[in-house]
Design a protein around this ligand. Structure first.
Ligand SMILES: [Fe+2]
Ligand SMILES: [Fe+2]
Length: 197
């Protein structure tokens, strides 16, 4: 069952639009899976009042897996640029949540996926770069625990990954400072056991 599910996600993922090489797309999928695995692990430990606000685990996990699928449409030279992005490059980069939402909706349209699940996953993809403090994009600013949960785990996962512009994972202190400024303590509390020592 698990193997079939994983195969299904990868097949759908790799067939969605994009200009990246297969290995680059797979790396983005691996990032999404890391966020999803962490989401599943923490979700089960949350008090019911909080997990209830997040909605079904399957929806949260799909939101996590697909959150960056729109990056497959961003040119490799921008995604893998070692230096600062120009304003124009940033404008393109900031489109990946909208592109991802559109591509996810198109790919899942006739797949038999429940409409409520599908709409919610699309919303999580669209909003995953919003931050509770109003920074980030696109800044709809509606309080949404699901958006904060996936955003926090995405930010944490990204900070622990080696990127072309950063050869070392970020330190515990930097991670805590950035996350504490951005996400509610109710969620941060549950992330603390995962922080590096
Ligand atoms: Fe993203
Ligand atoms: Fe991400």
């Amino acid at each position: 069952m698990a193997v079939g599910g994983a195969f299904y996600v990868k097949t759908r993922w790799m067939s969605m639009p994009g200009t990246l090489r297969a290995d680059e797309r797979e790396e983005i999928l691996r990032h999404g899976k890391r966020v999803a695995m962490m989401a599943a692990d923490i979700y089960e430990k949350l008090p019911f009042s909080l997990s209830n606000e997040l909605g079904p685990l399957a929806t949260v996990m799909d939101g996590a897996i697909y959150h960056d699928v729109g990056k497959a449409r961003i040119p490799s030279a921008i995604l893998n640029k070692a230096g600062y992005l120009t304003e124009e490059e940033w404008t393109l980069m900031r489109q990946h949540p909208i592109l991802g939402m559109q591509d996810y909706l198109a790919a899942s349209r006739d797949s038999g996926v429940d409409a409520v699940h599908r709409d919610r996953v699309a919303q999580l993809i669209l909003r995953h770069h919003e931050r509770k403090d109003g920074s980030g994009y696109y800044g709809f600013l509606e309080d949404d625990p699901g958006v904060w949960f996936i955003g926090m785990l995405d930010m944490y996962t990204a900070m622990r990954e080696v990127r072309v512009y950063r050869q070392e994972p970020m330190s515990k202190e930097s991670i805590v400072t950035q996350l504490a400024a951005t996400y509610p303590e109710a969620f941060l509390r549950h992330l603390k056991p995962y922080l590096p020592s």
